[in-house]
Design a protein around this ligand. Structure first.
Ligand code: UGA
Length: 431
């Protein structure tokens, strides 16, 4: 099928390459000329394992191309809307400017019988509002939320856990099914719903994941005062199949461009619908999450005898999670900045996120590797669990630091190993 993908960020660039991989003829469209130029040369403007190879393969084969000119996609049968819906400045609600602009610009290009497929995360009611614009042009609207995780974007797009198709009276259903035939035929579950349910599935899924993380982090708070170990607690409760081990990793909590803004937008939308009480617990989820960042700074202060002023702090990781260079709402970056504002001299190392962090926070010092970031440090803070930090040798780090103090904000380092090498080892939610 001939298709367009409007918006070429994480979601759109991955979706466009995945659709080409499924055998379609795809044009990616974006208003950002630099992004389009980079993608056209097979370069990805962000870090996502495996994506650059996939884009390059299909740009070279001719199945995938990129443009800033929307009129070039007028003959497409399907148009995926993959633009961002960030948090509105000064509000909890989502900013729909880009979604409205993308659909508004697509409408004059639509040929009769085309299908517009919304993939952006939107407040419930958005598809119903946009549908008349699309149907007036003789086309159909389908709402098809996306569940990909950064760091696993290609895998999650080509082999998703499920495909959710929100339709109005079945319109557009057969065409979107044909587009996903390669995925559906491999047995991927399909759930067909109305527009509102499809929109809510997405925010409900992210709200559940955020709640699970904040639940285990609330237990971490209790463990800290009771002298218990949250990692063993999570291990033990996770064996119950009804609970499961996924998303029970206690630590600095969730960040990134999705979970924080999605739960806030959900709170705002529920308020507009008059059901704010139904999701008021999400405010607690947000609060618990943010408290972990403050607790991490407190732990750093504690191991520095009550004050960070004049201390040297080595920071391992600023990305919001490993295998990503994304620093949007990053707990690690926020901790680094707060420690710096508390009077400490901070040096940061992250395998991929430093260029983005440098742009956003030029006053922080960045080091070329983990050992340099920790040189002369009074305390080392492990804030993003990159694989390379797990294999750090306590003895190698001991040779460069001033004091052997380490705080594990992600609960993946082995306390016994560090303590055996003479380190004072502290962690969130552990004795
Ligand atoms: C999240 C969802 O997992 C995806 O399904 C969804 O499609 C995406 O948002 C989106 O809405 O676009 P993502 O933001 O890439 O994906 O990252 P996650 O892997 O969900 O991690 C989110 C945050 O939670 C990270 O900061 C991570 O460090 C933290 N986390 C995760 C924990 O603190 N503990 C855990 O057990 C798991």
């Amino acid at each position: 099928m001939r298709m367009s993908v409007v918006g070429t960020g994480y979601l759109g660039a991955t979706h466009a390459a995945a659709m080409a991989e499924l055998g379609h003829e795809v044009v990616g469209v974006d208003v950002d000329e630099r992004k389009i130029e980079a993608l056209s040369q097979g370069t990805i403007p962000f870090y996502e394992p495996g994506l650059a190879e996939l884009v390059r393969t299909h740009v070279e084969s001719g199945a995938l191309r990129f443009t800033t000119d929307l009129s070039e996609v007028a003959d497409a049968e399907l148009h995926f809307v993959c633009v961002g819906t960030p948090q509105k400045a000064g509000e909890l609600a989502a900013d729909l400017t880009y979604v409205d602009a993308a659909v508004g610009a697509l409408v004059p290009q639509l040929r009769p019988g085309a299908v517009v497929v919304g993939k952006s995360t939107v407040p419930v009611g958005t598809a119903a509002r946009l549908a008349p614009l699309v149907t007036r042009a003789g086309a159909d609207l389908v709402w098809n939320p996306e569940f990909l995780r950064e760091g696993f974007a290609v895998e999650d797009t080509l082999r998703p856990d499920r495909i959710v198709l929100g339709v109005d009276g079945g319109r557009g259903l057969e065409r979107i099914r044909s587009a996903y035939a390669g995925i559906l035929e491999s047995g991927t579950p399909e759930v067909v719903t109305d527009f509102a349910t499809a929109e809510l599935v997405k925010v409900a899924a992210n709200s559940f994941l955020a709640t699970k993380i904040s639940f285990i982090n609330a237990m971490a708070e209790v463990c800290e005062v009771a002298g218990a170990d949250v990692t063993l607690l999570a291990k033990a409760i996770g064996y119950d199949k009804r609970i499961g081990h996924g998303f029970l990793q206690a630590g600095l909590g969730f960040g990134g461009g999705c979970l924080p803004k999605d739960i806030r937008a959900f709170i705002a939308r529920a308020g507009e619908l008059g059901v704010d009480q139904a999701v008021s617990f999400l405010k607690n989820v947000d609060e618990i999450n943010l408290r972990r960042r403050a607790r991490m700074v407190d732990l750093a202060r504690e191991v520095c005898d009550g004050s960070l002023a004049g201390r040297r702090v080595g920071i391992l990781g600023v990305a919001f999670k490993p295998d990503s260079d994304d620093i949007r709402d990053s707990p690690a970056l926020e901790v680094a900045l707060t420690v710096q504002r508390s009077g400490a001299a901070v040096r940061v190392y992250d395998p991929e996120a430093m260029p983005n962090a440098k742009d956003a926070c030029p006053t922080v010092a960045y080091s070329p590797n983990a050992l340099e970031a920790c040189r002369d440090a009074d305390v080392v803070l492990h804030l993003t669990e990159w694989a390379e930090f797990r294999s750090l040798q306590p003895a190698d780090l001991a040779a460069v630091v001033s004091e052997r103090n380490i705080v594990d904000g992600r609960n993946v380092l082995d306390p016994a190993r560090w303590r055996a090498a003479g380190w004072q080892f502290r962690a969130l939610g552990r004795p």
